[in-house]
Write a protein of this length. Structure first.
Length: 345
């Protein structure tokens, strides 16, 4: 399959730059796979589609303030996105990072931050990735809590001052986020409020958490011309025994987001059974993939030609998704991380 088959044109004005004023007041497109019917609702209507025995699988990974602004020895500013804390016990914190701008970065350069924090560029790992060692006068997690900013995706281009960043640290986070480790939010979950969760529980719907720490790969475009040639980056996940038991006894399993989908489909056996496990996955779901465990999917609207868009095309059909996205654009839905959502039944 050619990647161009998964392109679509989106007006820039429909790329959401701010979250909805109230989480559960975002719009929701409902796509019925069996009939082809498409409804336009609001997220607060979600509980009405489900009942006793249904189970929602949510990703409870928590976004950490992974974006830092530092100053090089030359006086120029540099933006750092923390990706992965490196194993071992060095004198300082060592991280794999992205740097911007990266054209004139030199190994050995010292970057300074607030509160007496410094970082040394240790080595280049790849074209875009570097290894930095941090030294702070306060615990590193405390430093991030005070000075780190929300790692918003690059298509959110508004001004990112400290006040906005504090708001983003709250809103670019699900209400059930628990386990710190993601550099991008599992955005389908951003629409949930405690009230909606209670409405679901009141209808005897189960809520089952899994953890998948979302990496920067979620933002990376597919470079291959042929869909089949793309390779996903590795991401770590955990499913505990209670969640596995709840899923295995479910009437229907509703995956909240592509991350929950990839966890479930990574571990489900041929009969759709789930086992408790901690591990990593590079599962790449694209049209032609078989779904063994997911019965319905709640997801946001994704970038064209992205692995996320390919996943929803695999679940609902490429022609149906292209038509649904056309209708969403026609009806001025808001797209991407801070945008509206789609329920695929």
């Amino acid at each position: 399959m050619r990647l161009e088959e998964f392109a679509y044109d989106l007006p820039d004005v429909l790329i959401a730059q701010e979250p909805a004023a109230v989480r559960d007041r975002s719009r929701m497109m409902v796509v019925h796979r069996k009939t082809g019917e498409i409804e336009i609702r609001t997220f607060r209507d979600l509980p009405g589609y489900f009942g006793e025995g249904d189970v929602f699988v949510v990703n409870d990974s928590r976004v950490f303030p992974a974006r830092l602004i530092g100053r090089k020895e030359t006086g120029g500013l540099i933006e750092i996105l923390l990706l992965t804390r490196q194993p071992g016990d060095p004198p300082g914190e060592t991280w794999e990072v992205l740097l911007r701008p990266a054209k004139r970065v030199v190994v050995g350069t010292t970057v300074t931050f607030a509160a007496g924090c410094r970082a040394t560029i240790v080595r280049r790992l790849s074209e875009k990735r570097w290894l930095l060692e941090f030294r702070t006068e306060i615990p590193f997690d405390d430093f991030l809590a005070r000075f780190g900013r929300a790692p918003l995706p690059p298509y959110i281009k508004r001004k990112r001052d400290r006040a906005r960043s504090l708001q983003d640290l709250e809103r670019y986070q699900t209400v059930y986020a628990r386990v710190k480790g993601s550099v991008a939010a599992p955005t389908a979950g951003l629409h949930f409020t405690q009230e909606v969760l209670e409405l679901l529980r009141g209808r005897a719907v189960g809520i089952a958490p899994v953890t998948l720490h979302v990496g920067y790969g979620t933002f990376l475009p597919i470079a291959a011309e042929n869909v089949e040639d793309h390779v996903m980056e590795e991401e770590h996940f955990t499913i505990d025994g209670g969640t596995a038991q709840l899923i295995n006894g479910a009437k229907r399993v509703i995956a909240v987001g592509t991350t929950s989908t990839r966890v479930l489909e990574s571990v489900a056996d041929d009969e759709g059974k789930i086992r408790p496990v901690s591990g990593s996955t590079r599962l790449y779901i694209y049209p032609g993939s078989r779904f063994r465990r997911v019965d319905a999917l709640l997801t946001n609207f994704h970038l064209p030609k992205s692995s996320l868009f390919l996943l929803v095309c695999a679940f609902a059909g490429t022609e149906r998704m292209q038509e649904a996205y056309r209708i969403a654009i026609e009806n001025r839905f808001r797209f991407y991380s801070y945008g509206d959502c789609m329920l695929i039944l």
